[in-house]
Design a protein around this ligand. Sequence first.
Ligand SMILES: CC(C)(COP(=O)(O)OP(=O)(O)OC[C@H]1O[C@@H](n2cnc3c(N)ncnc32)[C@H](O)[C@@H]1OP(=O)(O)O)[C@@H](O)C(=O)NCCC(=O)NCCS
Length: 167
Amino acid sequence: MSAQTQDISVIGYSKDYATDLLRLLLLLQRDYFSENASEQIKELRAEKDIEGAYKTYIRYIASRQDDTWKVLLARASGNIIGFIIGSILVEPDLVNGIVGRIEDWYVEKEFRGSGIGIELYDELEDWFIEKECDQVVSDTWADNELSIKAHKQSGFFVSGISFSKKL
Ligand SMILES: CC(C)(COP(=O)(O)OP(=O)(O)OC[C@H]1O[C@@H](n2cnc3c(N)ncnc32)[C@H](O)[C@@H]1OP(=O)(O)O)[C@@H](O)C(=O)NCCC(=O)NCCS
């Protein structure tokens, strides 16, 4: 069955989905990243224990009591096939100082290109608006074409360039 013909819904995260979220975070940060980032970027961002780090990350998000983190999942025919994670940070010195941030965003390869990513983002943006955010920020590594396209499609502009150098 193609992604287009399946019943897709966006749902909120609960601890029952911890294993699904970990699987998708690893697909994003280990597989997609290692297949698509340059050797230079991979060298600088290689993690010692990526699975352990993401288990800790998931526990950290679930333990937050202050409603400053949001995890949304995309479900297709009962399977979790995508997610987006957002957080809110207050920057007191800024006029537009309530800042929403996309932390991670992923849709499994065979489901891409049918609007699921944008649907996840739109729901996250609704939550940012409900929380009175003034702006949304997000970043990715250079040359991540899919990410750049999806951000532009969601109304983002490129607002900075970061430099790295291995010592
Ligand atoms: C970014 C991502 C979550 C978007 O999810 P998605 O379900 O494919 O997104 P959509 O179908 O809503 O499409 C959004 C835009 O992405 C682009 N896009 C989607 N699939 C594409 C593909 N296979 N080839 C080229 N561009 C594609 C298109 O510009 C599309 O907009 P359009 O169809 O209106 O032109 C997904 O591509 C992904 O998981 N990428 C790998 C991980 C990643 O880069 N994450 C983001 C930052 S860390």
